[in-house]
Design a protein around this ligand. Structure first.
Ligand code: ATP
Ligand code: MG
Length: 431
């Protein structure tokens, strides 16, 4: 019989790789904590209308990437393709936005029906942050500086570049759109098929086209900066000044637009060349209009979403994962002989009580001493606590360093200080 397989584009994280996920998650939590963000957890499924209204009807996500179903009550529901809409929905529903500043973060799976390939999946994960109630460029800068700090912490800073742009106000975009469309219509035959279609639906996205011909046509197109309103220009200049002062380098990319309609003013992406064509690790921007669009009072807002899978691929490609991340066991306890077998679980509990945070694996099951030593070695443990019938008679452990040649020592079961000391020494070696 054929075994059941996972849904295409949806991945298992196997035990071998989960420490890497936990490492990245721990780094993110620490980062958010150090900037005063609080976690928000929202459902994976929302009313379809939420995404249609926020992301935009004529975006790739809403047009062709959403997992939308009717539930048993015939309501249209959608697996969330991104985190911002749900965050805004929850903040509105629970009155978090009224005269308040909120700095929120979230993590979890997102779902998009895309062609699966390296760095692009149908269930993928994001770390995201959203800030509500701050209109000035200082928060735009802080959020970018925070991400730059993350790259530093992870040891990948020199492999990511920051692309920055401003999309101005809705009014300036509308003026620009009209002139851009008028220009592109004169060259419609040279545009790729997608861009031809977007001419009438979502012309700004054409700026983002991967087609070399289209990009060539765009070389002589009107530039958005000329249409930028005074307020957005000042906001952008101030943002750049904050980044300059903080020493965060950026490239201004006037063709950077994002795939979601709710952005205005600041947009940014962190991009790497180390992952092939799926090189955008993080994307974000300001969305001052969205809260009102979803029925709330006008509220300034900014956020970002980072692809966790792409981040992890990058950490691995650059070989910057600290060695101790994948080490999940500190010590193994091995028992040999009937007397020792009888007390092994008890002794393991004693060790766990004596050494808080000790990651101890008891070698279970029958077998020769050699096969048990092999299991202990395979666990990655640094120390072996060996108990044979002799040790039971003397009430001691024989402690053996499994990673280097060092004399064995005997430590009494009750000598908590000596047990602590030997573990501390072994753990220091591993750092
Ligand atoms: P792309 O241009 O690569 O399709 P996007 O603009 O659609 O990205 P966003 O909606 O901004 O992506 O999502 C933020 C981040 O989530 C992306 O920068 C990327 O790292 C990650 N991401 C988006 N879609 C996927 C996917 N299908 N699989 C894995 N990661 C993804
Ligand atoms: Mg996409």
């Amino acid at each position: 019989m054929k075994t059941v397989q996972a849904i295409r584009g949806m991945n298992d994280v196997l035990p071998e790789r989960s420490p890497l996920w936990q490492y990245a998650e721990a780094q993110m939590r620490a980062l958010y904590a150090s900037y005063g963000y609080s976690e928000i957890r929202t459902p994976l499924v929302e009313d379809t209308a939420l995404f249609r209204r926020s992301i935009g009807e004529v975006t790739d996500i809403v047009e062709k990437e959403m997992y939308t179903f009717n539930d048993r009550n015939d309501e249209s529901i959608t697996l969330r393709p991104e985190g911002t809409a749900g965050c805004v929905r929850a903040a509105l529903q629970h009155g978090l936005l009224h005269n308040q500043i909120q700095k929120l973060w979230y993590t979890g799976p997102m779902f998009r029906y895309e062609r699966p390939q390296k760095g692009r999946y149908r269930q993928f994960h994001q770390f995201g942050a959203e800030v509500f109630g701050l209109a000035g460029p200082d928060i735009d800068a802080e959020i970018i500086i925070m991400s730059a700090r993350l790259w530093q912490r992870l040891g990948i800073a020199e492999h990511l570049t920051l692309q920055l742009n401003t999309l101005g106000t809705a009014e300036s975009r509308a003026n620009y759109k009209a002139d851009l469309v008028a220009y592109l219509q004169q060259h419609v035959a040279r545009l790729d098929e997608d861009s031809q279609r977007r001419l009438s639906t979502n012309p700004l996205r054409i700026l983002d086209s991967k087609s070399a011909d289209t990009q060539q046509v765009l070389d002589d197109a009107p530039e958005f900066f000329a249409y930028l309103d005074e307020e957005s220009r000042t906001h952008f200049d101030q943002l750049c000044a904050f980044l300059d002062a903080a020493g965060v380098a950026y490239e201004i990319n006037p063709r950077l637009v994002r795939g979601l309609d709710y952005y205005g003013k600041t947009v940014f992406e962190w991009v790497t060349s180390a992952l092939g064509s799926q090189g955008t690790v993080m994307g974000g921007g300001r969305y001052d209009g969205l809260v009102e669009q979803l029925g709330g009072k006008s509220t300034p807002a900014i956020g970002f979403g980072m692809g966790v899978e792409r981040l992890l691929l990058l950490l691995e490609a650059l070989d910057v994962v600290p060695a101790d991340v994948t080490q999940t066991v500190d010590a193994c306890l091995l028992a040999m002989g009937d007397d020792a077998e009888r007390v092994k679980l008890q002794l393991a509990e004693r060790l766990r009580s004596a050494v808080p945070d000790l990651r101890l694996q008891t070698v279970l099951g029958d077998g020769s001493f050699k096969s048990k030593m092999k299991k202990a070695d395979k666990s990655g443990a640094r120390l072996g606590f060996i108990v044979g019938d002799d040790e039971v008679a003397k009430q001691v452990f024989t402690v053996k360093n499994l990673r280097k040649d060092a004399p064995q020592v005997h430590i009494a079961w009750s000598d908590t200080d000596a047990l602590l000391a030997v573990m501390k020494e072994a753990l220091q070696e591993s750092i």
